[in-house]
Design a binder for this molecule. Structure first.
Ligand SMILES: Nc1ncnc2c1ncn2[C@@H]1O[C@H](COP(=O)(O)OP(=O)(O)OP(=O)(O)O)[C@@H](O)[C@H]1O
Length: 324
């Protein structure tokens, strides 16, 4: 297999708090290949966004990387700061966030934002950049792109604005896109279009994508592999079809069973009892043990081994447990 675009190795993020040090990301490892979409899924507070923010150097202090390595195209990037990280973010890593307005400058025409981004990062002149700006808007499905380059962000609907953000994220031809809840703020009908667009463009260009979402529907629709996070740790990592239909971790099984995907035709959704632990009170052993119907003394005491592809962080992985 080719070298991965992104490689995260045993990554931990720590935050010192009044109650001691908490670890929103704890020993996480995964790779993303060119053209692959890796979904990062889990409940609110599981550490999904922290893991993404660590890659793009946007952790808010006092949160910081305390352990591990992040490699992008063979270059170690976890220690990069300031201008070096900013250059990387524009050129090598594109970003799509939940609220498109955080990525767009309200005072600039969108054509100018696209043009300036390309002039900063690509070896092309202004005329070529302006031509590419129109083409980029056409490619993401903005009608009348030749005129719309002159519009300001507020003149677009939410869905159209997110299309513009995708054009902006891809225009410098990055090798990695980090998309954090890119469709959560959009109407359901628009969500599917945006996911399809992101998937088509990244596949066509061979761009690697880290797609962070709490929505199992988006995971099923868009991703090739999925990493399930629980209390800062990886619960399970594997090809999306395997993980969704034959989850090995009881947490993944519960997560799947509680989504509308799996409950079609059933009158009630299955709920996982209890709640994810606070980060300052993560139990010993497996973090999921208090909620797990199969937990034994071993699960309460022995830290579970870290996972690699196709594995679950569980002492007693489920075998042939079907959800759908
Ligand atoms: N300054 C802080 N001090 C202590 N804990 C923090 C701090 N900032 C974030 N956290 C905790 O870090 C954890 C990870 O947050 P993160 O935003 O990555 O979760 P998430 O899985 O992306 O959830 P969501 O979907 O709600 O964004 C959360 O449990 C959050 O409470």
């Amino acid at each position: 297999m080719a070298d991965p675009v992104l490689s995260i190795r045993d990554l931990s993020v720590e935050i010192p708090t009044r109650h001691g040090i908490v670890r929103p990301v704890d020993g996480v490892s995964y790779d993303i290949q060119a053209g692959e979409i890796l979904g990062i899924v889990g409940e609110s507070g599981a550490g999904k966004s922290m893991a993404g923010n660590a890659v793009i150097g946007l952790l808010t202090p006092p949160a910081h990387i305390s352990k591990g390595e992040i490699w992008l195209n063979g270059q170690r990037i976890d220690h990069l700061k300031g201008d070096a990280m900013r250059r990387l973010r524009g050129k090598e890593i594109g970003m799509v966030f939940q609220d498109p307005l955080t990525s767009l400058n309200p005072l600039l025409r969108i054509g100018d934002q696209l043009t300036e981004t390309m002039l900063t990062h690509l070896p092309i002149g202004r005329a070529e950049a302006e031509k590419r700006a129109v083409a980029a808007l056409e490619e993401v499905g903005i009608p009348g792109a030749a005129e719309r380059v002159n519009s300001y962000p507020h003149e677009f609907s939410g869905g159209m604005r997110q299309r513009v953000v995708i054009a902006l994220a891809l225009c410098a031809e990055p090798s990695l896109i980090i998309a954090d809840e890119p469709t959560t703020a959009l109407d359901v009908s628009v969500q599917a279009q945006i996911i399809a667009l992101l998937r088509r463009l990244c596949r066509d260009r061979g761009t690697a994508v880290m797609l962070i979402t709490h929505d199992m529907g988006v995971i099923a629709e868009a991703t090739d592999r999925v990493a399930v996070m629980y209390a800062g740790r990886l619960a399970e990592l594997g090809p999306v079809r395997d993980v969704l239909t034959h989850p090995q971790h009881p947490y993944t099984h519960g997560l799947m069973a509680s989504t509308p995907l799996a409950s079609q035709g059933k009158s009630r959704l299955h709920q996982i009892p209890g709640a994810m632990p606070r980060l300052d009170a993560v139990p010993d052993g497996c973090a999921f043990n208090p909620r797990c119907p199969y937990a034994t003394e071993k699960c309460r005491q022995a830290p579970v081994p870290r996972v690699s592809n196709g594995q679950a962080a569980c002492w007693y992985p489920l075998v042939d447990e079907k959800v759908i």
